[in-house]
Design a protein around this ligand. Sequence first.
Ligand code: CP
Ligand code: NVA
Length: 310
Amino acid sequence: MPDFLSLADLGASQIRSILDHAHALKAARAGLPKGATDPTPDLPGRTLAMIFEKSSTRTRFSFEQGMRQLGGSAIVATSDTMQLGRGEPVRDTARVLSRYVDAVMLRVNSHATLDEFARYASVPIVNGLSDYNHPCQILADLMTLEERGTTLEGAKIAWVGDGNNVAMSFVNAAAQMGFSLHVASPDGYRLPGQDVERARAAGADIVLSSDPDAAADEADALVTDCFVSMGDADYDTRLKALSGYGLDADRVARAKPGATVLHCLPAYRGQEITDALMEDPDSAIWDEAENRLHAQKAVLAWCLGAIKSG
Ligand code: CP
Ligand code: NVA
């Protein structure tokens, strides 16, 4: 059964299948109470374990509620309350949890922990964010863009700000989904060149620059994220270097009329995004947050063989 560690590991038809299933899952439960089981639940009797090395609001609540809706259940722990936090090896934890649950989601400081966990687990492992990437988030973002009428193939997606883990998952999906990714970041905060080159070799159209206005020009979607991610130490230096790389009304005005503004949240108003954009009554950001739920349910269903992989 497949892991879900990076969108770069999935082909176009697999990502398409997951997105289609996410849309279908969302439509099928319209009007139901949020804790009600889906009309035809994909994962009855299945259990997901979740391990958090870092804070979370959306990931934690959406996965747990998602498992409930799928007909299964979830067990949540922070690593510091597990023996893992006292030095029990990752590989031992992976083998033990594989005897209790059907899948494990981890949010980790180091992506190497996910890789090691996946190597020793005998159940699917889902990436709930690492220092390297955040694939669940980008599935929700792509789902949101499709809901807003954007055809991913040929769309221009502009990322302005830190070339961070969330930006990396756009890189990892660009070739398969056929969108053009324009990333504007200052020196020192660019995406790792090696991953960008790998995506380009797979056919991705990725433009890296230090010009956020050029990135925004005629874009279908404008995306940013916090300037200081969990685990980043250089707070003041980052804010200084990245100031000018956020989203405001002027930058959005450069994009196509009706362009979608996305932010994975949590947002720091006045840093990477203005309060006015956050409070825009037509903001897609709240749909984006909701779609974490539907997209991740589709990921779990895919990992556990409940949908065709395309
Ligand atoms: N966007 C996101 O992953 O949010 P949390 O950190 O709250 O899970
Ligand atoms: N880039 C942010 C995303 C949080 C969901 C972080 O890693 O902290």
